[in-house]
Ligand binder design. Sequence first.
Ligand SMILES: Nc1nc2c(ncn2[C@@H]2O[C@H](COP(=O)(O)OP(=O)(O)O)[C@@H](O)[C@H]2O)c(=O)[nH]1
Ligand SMILES: [Mg+2]
Ligand SMILES: [Zn+2]
Length: 307
Amino acid sequence: MRGTIIKSTGSWYQVLNSDGELWQARVRGKLRLDDRDTSNPIAVGDEVELTEDPNYPDTASISQIYPRRNYIVRRSNKLSSKRQVIAANLDAAVMVASVVAPRTSMGFIDRFLVCCEAFHIPAIVFFNKTDLLGEDGLDFLKDISAIYTQAGYEVYNGSALHAESLKPFNDRIAGKATLFTGHSGVGKSSLLNTMFPASKAKVGIISAAHDKGKHTTTFAEMHIQPNGTRIVDTPGIRDFGVVDVPEKEIGQYFPEFRKYAGNCKFNDCQHTNEPECAIKAAVGQENISEARYYSYLSILRGEDVFD
Ligand SMILES: Nc1nc2c(ncn2[C@@H]2O[C@H](COP(=O)(O)OP(=O)(O)O)[C@@H](O)[C@H]2O)c(=O)[nH]1
Ligand SMILES: [Mg+2]
Ligand SMILES: [Zn+2]
């Protein structure tokens, strides 16, 4: 039988089969894996073939992984070159961000967006906690939203405390397989619970000490809703090291650069110190956001963002 991995807890996987039954499964024997320089060869969202284990009720072994439509990876940690597949077979990935409590930096958002471009997954930026914003906060939200809209991204905002504020975003992801990522404490689990009360995702208490929240979700988990919407809730991710993107390609993953890059004097222009660079000219004319351009330079220098 065929099933979808909805949770992975090390060597055991929770798998939902096409009849809606939940199975506990593990890999037995050898699996044929194509690439997989990864710490987790099977990820949430993977489609697998299950064989019932006659010796134990409700347990099965995974005998095959079906080809992935797509997947997204991050580096397991700062020092390691090992990659971790966050999820597979996604329709969209959402960066859940907040302007306050905690403030999500643009550098962090931009690294996520580069990853989504590199893995061909439509990216959405969602600003949560709008209920906490005063006039200045709302101004900031407007400005930062305009930057991402100008760059070509879909941007939504709302508050997990007010279900009606989430309607446009909720409509956008209805029926889709969507990854929620972002710092711990921004409200990923709360959003899930407000939009889909049956989810019962665990919500963390923000620790006053560093306002970043505790890591309450340890493993990525897919929540399947009655209307077919599938949300992969992830543990708070502190860093989004850009993986597998060769330096000379980074510019290609800034969608707003594409229109101009062909006009640079040099074919291999990296948009740093080269003369007659069309990207720098576009930044000068505010057709490309200066903040996005600085993010590009920072990623080009190989800097990671840990905040
Ligand atoms: N004021 C406000 N608090 C929120 C909102 N969303 C989440 N929170 C609070 O922020 C904290 C972290 O939420 P949680 O959903 O666990 O964040 P996660 O780590 O991203 O899953 C909890 O105390 C929530 O009650 C929101 O829209 N407004
Ligand atoms: Mg959470
Ligand atoms: Zn250039």
